[in-house]
Each structure stands twice: as C-alpha cells, then as structure tokens.
Design a binder for this molecule. Structure first.
Ligand code: FES
Length: 232
C-alpha cells in the first residue's frame, strides 16, 4: 500500500506544479494586456480643435447692412439681366433658324404679267408646288358661266363668287376627286376635263359631271394693277 501512496503523491505534486505554471502564464499575459491598455493613446486625442467653428471675422464685410444689401441686390439684378439677355438671344436664334428662308418666301407669292395671256387662252403656272390655271375668258364664256342654274349644281356657286374680275378666272388645277390635273378646253361643258375618272368642269371651274364632289378651288390672289396678278 505504501509504494502506491508515494506514487500518487508524486503525481499530485506534478499536476499541481503544472497547474501553477499555466496560472502564472495567464496572470502574466493579463498583466501585460492591462499594462498595454494603460499605454494606449487615441489618434483623436487632443484634436478637439477640429470641431471648433473657424473664425471668419476677418472675411466679414465692414460695411453697413444697407450697403451689403445694395451689393447683393445689384449682383442678383445683374446676373438676372445677363441670364435674360442670353435666353432672349437663344430663342431669337432658334426662331430665325426655324423661319422660312428667302427662296421659300419668294415661292409663297407668284406674280403674273397678264399682258402675256391673250383672250380665250389658258396659262398654267406653278405655285407652292401646285398647278394654277389662269384663263383669260371671252365675253361669250362669261355669259355662258352666268347662264347656269346654280341650284342645279352639285357644288352650288355663282360665277360671280368665283372671280374678282369676270375676264380672269384663277383656280387650282387639282381635281377635287383624287387630285389629278384636269385638261383645259376639254370635256362636255367647254371647261376642263379630268381623264383619271372622267370629271367634267365648266368654264367657271364648277363640277358638272363625274365623281369629283367639289368645284375647282380658288386660291388667294389679287390684282395690284390692271396688268398684274399676284397669287398667294
Ligand atoms: S381624279 Fe379627277 S376624276 Fe378622279
């Protein structure tokens, strides 16, 4: 029994010494950590100045409140005026670019020398891309146009309503059916005939027969003088 007791005591002693050494190691590392924590210094330590509001007094105006306001109003007003002028110039340039050019404006009106059209003859001119018929009518043709019973027409219109001067008939050469160009001095009524589908117009350009629903259209025109006609 005695040898076992001795061996047991030796083992207990050994375990105790190991336990003590690990406890001592933990105590040493803890004391080192405490010592390190005590020596920690924050990078922000002593930087309270960064949170202070800067001193702007040396930039502050020395003038009175009225003077300062005047300068502010002047600056705002000047900038506003410059901005308005720039905007006006931009809009003006834009509108100038969008408006019709000189050659397009020239095409808007066409001047015709009436001396060049003998009585009883047709002339076709181009205006805004469309044909315009100008007929120098004879006295017989004017009589014939006035004799028609207006109430019997598909598109009732007196000859008087269609001309400014009885001897001059001016109208668009575009068939009111589907837009063909009628032929002059043709058809059953001595006026114009559209061969596309057989529409007949009389000497006043009124529809008399065929599928066209309306008379030939009268454009805007005027006589600035006895020998001049301006269309448009
Ligand atoms: S387009 Fe003239 S009759 Fe049809």
């Amino acid at each position: 029994m005695a040898p076992l007791t001795v061996a047991t005591r030796a083992l207990a002693r050994e375990a105790a010494s190991r336990s003590l050494s690990s406890t001592a190691a933990r105590a040493f590392s803890a004391s080192t950590a405490v010592r390190d924590a005590g020596s920690y210094s924050s990078p922000f330590k002593g930087e309270q100045k960064s949170t202070q509001i800067p001193d702007w007094t040396k930039y502050a105006s020395k003038g009175s409140w009225n003077t300062n306001s005047l300068v502010s109003y002047f600056m705002v007003g000047t900038m506003g005026a410059i901005t308005a002028a720039g905007a006006k110039s931009t809009v003006q340039e834009f509108l100038k670019n969008m408006s019709a050019s000189a050659d397009v404006l020239a095409m808007a009106k066409v001047e015709v020398d009436l001396n060049a059209i003998p009585e009883g003859k047709n002339v076709i001119i181009k205006w805004r891309g469309k044909p315009v018929f100008i007929r120098h009518r004879t006295a017989e043709e004017i009589d014939e146009a006035n004799k028609v019973n207006v109430q019997s027409l598909r598109d009732p219109q007196t000859d008087e309503d269609r001309v400014q001067k009885p001897e001059w008939l001016v109208m668009l050469g575009v068939c009111t059916h589907l837009g063909c160009v009628p032929i002059g001095e043709a058809g059953d009524f001595g006026g114009w005939f559209c061969p596309c589908h057989g529409s007949h117009y009389d000497i006043s350009g009124r529809i008399r027969k065929g599928p066209a629903p309306l008379n030939l259209e009268i454009p805007a025109y005027e006589f600035p003088g006895d020998e001049k006609l301006v269309i448009g």
